[in-house]
Design a protein around this ligand. Structure first.
Ligand SMILES: NC(=O)c1ccc[n+]([C@@H]2O[C@H](COP(=O)([O-])OP(=O)(O)OC[C@H]3O[C@@H](n4cnc5c(N)ncnc54)[C@H](O)[C@@H]3O)[C@@H](O)[C@H]2O)c1
Length: 188
């Protein structure tokens, strides 16, 4: 087993599709870290994931909405992570077209709250990193015969979901530039 390069990992949205796969993989393949999953538990969460992970001593879970600044800040500061990996999002385009409010709260305000608490963590740990999970949908639509997007493409989000994710990306990049927080934005 290899050591994981971060000793305290805060995962948001770790009860969803991709976050739970990430947690499962690192729990099984790496050692020497603690992991805390914060998830509000929504229709998109898998009820079996926390039950599955609870057998690991280095895993814990708190039911928290990242849009709730107070609850979030207190949990994150107490855990004091060296890595925050933000999977939490309202993620279904069709739902965002029907009702966008939850997308603004989770995807934009939630990311903003995480960045603000990251500033406090980074003040006392300069090995800290913020890893934000984004989407290629920030680049807009692709016609069948067009070349795939690259990171050089311009942002052209075309739904409430993708514009909320694009907004969060811009916040992350600007918090990195303004407050020097080391960050990574992954688009899949
Ligand atoms: N699934 C895909 O095809 C895909 C593609 C590109 C990018 N992404 C991005 O990857 C990330 C994970 O996607 P997924 O498919 O696992 O999503 P998902 O909908 O399966 O899971 C999201 C999880 O986040 C939680 N969550 C949502 N809002 C929250 C909040 N305010 N506070 C705390 N928890 C909250 C939900 O309860 C859920 O457990 C998202 O950021 C999404 O935008 C997904």
């Amino acid at each position: 087993m290899n050591d994981y390069p971060f000793d305290k990992i805060l995962v948001t949205g770790g009860s969803g599709f991709i976050g739970s796969t990430y947690i499962e993989k690192i729990l099984k393949e790496y050692s020497n870290f603690e992991i805390l999953n914060l998830d509000k538990i929504s229709y998109a969460s898998s009820p079996r994931t926390n039950a599955l992970f609870n057998s690991y001593d280095n895993f814990s879970f708190l039911k928290i909405d990242i849009a709730d600044r107070k609850a979030l800040e207190s949990a994150v500061l107490e855990f004091s992570p060296s890595l925050i990996i933000n999977f939490a999002a309202e993620s279904h385009v069709d739902n965002s077209i029907k009702a966008s409010e939850d997308f603004i709260q989770s995807n934009i305000i939630g990311s903003y709250n995480l960045l603000e608490v990251s500033r406090k963590i980074y003040d006392s740990n300069d090995n800290f990193m913020f890893h934000h999970i984004s989407t290629d949908e920030v680049y807009g639509d692709l016609l069948f015969d067009e070349m795939p997007f690259t990171e050089e493409n311009q942002y052209k989000p075309s739904s409430p979901y993708s514009s909320s994710k694009a907004s969060a990306d811009l916040l992350v990049m600007s918090w990195g530039r303004t407050y020097n927080i080391p960050f990574l934005v992954t688009k899949q």
